[in-house]
Design a protein around this ligand. Structure first.
Ligand SMILES: [Zn+2]
Length: 66
């Protein structure tokens, strides 16, 4: 088990500033790195405001009654 006090962070999330380590996933947006938590928040937000875009990314079709 790694001790967070010993390991120095590999990078910081550009959104929340959280310390990230080499084993953490990196999500790039316009060249800026965000952490998995911020990515999840982003996806949830996107799902809420533009579900059609998310469906499109998944190869699904999202139809809305007008
Ligand atoms: Zn973050």
């Amino acid at each position: 088990m790694r001790d967070p006090q010993d390991a120095s962070p590999a990078w910081y999330c550009s959104k929340c500033g959280a310390e990230q380590y080499e084993t953490d996933p990196i999500i790039l947006e316009d060249g800026r790195r965000m952490c998995a938590n911020c990515f999840q928040d982003r996806v949830k937000e996107l799902l809420r405001v533009s579900p059609a875009i998310v469906a499109d990314c998944l190869g699904m079709r999202y139809e809305e009654a007008i």
